[in-house]
Design a protein around this ligand. Structure first.
Ligand SMILES: Nc1nc2c(ncn2[C@@H]2O[C@H](COP(=O)(O)OP(=O)(O)OP(=O)(O)O)[C@@H](O)[C@H]2O)c(=O)[nH]1
Ligand SMILES: [Mg+2]
Length: 440
């Protein structure tokens, strides 16, 4: 759904690359791209405008934190604003409660009713469900079959046409249960009957929660639907279903904004166990097509804390084997480099192919080889001629090829750094790490 968002956002952010002061034109362009992408992903217009206004104002007015580039600064704001939007309190309390399920036809109410029953049952609560859907043929059978599987009582009456009557009876029978979930009818469109019925069901059940079930693939209609249900019964939580499909849930953002509630659960499959508590970071990352940003930030911070490389000396031209080792060590703490690069949404850096090849096993070998070098050799590897090489290999129990490989790697890094100094160019591990740490 928001596939294009991720791409155009990347493009727009690229335009900010290398900028050291906030560029009004570039930010405006980014905001326009963002708007276009969100609108084409069916996010509600009003919402898009609010979002982009906040992003624009903050990008222009806030100073980027020290050491953070303009691009990361803006990305961080985009990310934060999206998180803020869906970060309403969505506490699910483990106490007696009645939950009324709302949503249009096929959104996943019945399936989710059973999933929720399972969720509360696993938490040790006594659960029962009521089938108040008298519209869909076989509604009771569908729900009771699901409930049988998990041993949850299901109240209903396939012969009865009055949903209120069934619910009243159900409430009377299930007085000793702690959590009651009421499944309701769905219609293709928002019909007055449907709305009237759910208003009455809400009054009758005195529902603790009224959760709106929304299909992740729902587009613009999500907003209107959410508004109508919200006006009728006061929706206090949204459940997005079918997140296991290709849809990224863009429409649900509108539903959440419209009801000023939060996302409570995510449905991620057809079986009863496929229900997850909502994780805003993961959701936003997916929405933006960006991998797991939070994990990335945390790993980067760890790496930075663990190491401080003397960048200034390196930039002045002194890059020793020791420096190289420190950098590799820091990077290794962050996990395989290739994986990290794939987590980075904006990587337009070109890394030399060989940089990926240093595994932690190799790191251990490098360490051992370096341990049998003398201090002057470590500071100035050009001293290492072939007889020294033999001595080092012998001392480390390594082959000559291994020693050569280490030196070759060092030279490659040194060349890259030189290139960087010359051209203001492309590759700097320290800067790379700074970028990571800034993206929180
Ligand atoms: N893949 C996947 N399918 C789901 C999910 N939730 C529901 N479904 C499927 O969506 C279809 C509709 O689900 P229902 O639970 O019957 O939807 P409903 O809202 O009760 O529909 P009505 O009762 O007609 O209003 C079923 O085929 C479900 O198996 C989900 O999280 N993932
Ligand atoms: Mg149903």
């Amino acid at each position: 759904m928001l596939d294009s968002l991720s791409n155009s956002l990347k493009d727009a952010l690229k335009k900010l690359a290398g900028k050291t002061v906030i560029d009004r034109v570039a930010v405006d362009e980014l905001v326009k791209d963002l708007q276009r992408a969100l609108l084409s992903a069916d996010v509600n217009v009003k919402l898009v405008m609010e979002l982009s206004k906040a992003i624009r104002t903050r990008s222009l007015e806030e100073q980027p934190p020290k050491g953070m580039g303009i691009r990361e600064h803006v990305l961080r704001i985009v990310y934060q604003e999206l998180v803020r939007l869906i970060w309403a309190s969505t506490d699910v309390k483990l106490e007696p409660q009645t939950i009324l399920m709302a949503g249009l036809q096929g959104s996943g109410k019945t399936t989710t009713t059973a999933k929720l029953a399972r969720y509360f049952q696993k938490k040790g609560l006594k659960v029962g469900v009521i089938c108040a859907d008298t519209f869909r043929p076989g509604a009771y059978d569908q729900l009771s079959t699901l409930c049988e599987k998990i041993n949850v009582p299901c109240f209903g009456n396939p012969g009865e046409k009055d949903a209120l009557k069934i619910t009243r009876e159900g409430l009377g029978v299930y007085t000793d249960l702690e959590v009651l979930i009421v499944d309701t009818q769905g219609r293709h469109a928002l019909e007055t009957n449907l709305i009237q019925e759910i208003i009455q069901l809400n009054k009758l059940t005195k529902a603790t929660h009224r959760w709106l079930v929304v299909d992740a693939a729902l587009g613009q209609q999500a907003s209107e639907q959410a508004r109508r249900f919200h006006e009728a019964i006061g929706i206090d939580g949204v459940i997005i279903t079918k997140m296991d499909g290709t849809a990224k849930g863009g429409g649900s953002l509108s539903a959440v904004a419209e009801t000023k509630s939060g996302i409570v659960f995510i449905g991620s499959g057809e079986t009863i166990e496929d229900l997850e508590r909502f994780d805003p970071d993961g959701f936003i990352s997916r929405l933006l097509g960006m991998g797991d940003l939070r994990a990335l930030v945390e790993r980067a911070e760890e790496a930075i804390r663990a190491d401080d490389v003397d960048v200034n000396a390196m930039m002045k031209g002194k890059f020793t084997l020791r420096d190289m080792y420190k950098q590799l060590e820091a990077l290794n703490k962050m996990g395989p480099l290739k994986q990290i690069m794939s987590m980075l949404p904006l990587g337009n850096m070109e890394l030399p192919e060989g940089v990926y090849d240093v595994t932690s096993t190799k790191m251990v070998r490098y360490r051992i080889i370096m341990d049998s070098m003398t201090s002057p050799e470590l500071d100035d590897p050009s001293l290492i001629n072939s007889s020294r090489m033999q001595r080092i290999a012998h001392g480390a129990g390594a082959t000559l090829d291994e020693v050569r490989e280490l030196l070759k790697y060092y030279k490659m890094m040194q060349r890259t750094l030189k290139g960087l100094r010359g051209s203001g160019g492309k590759f700097n591990m320290q800067r790379l790490m700074k970028r990571f740490s800034g993206m929180q």
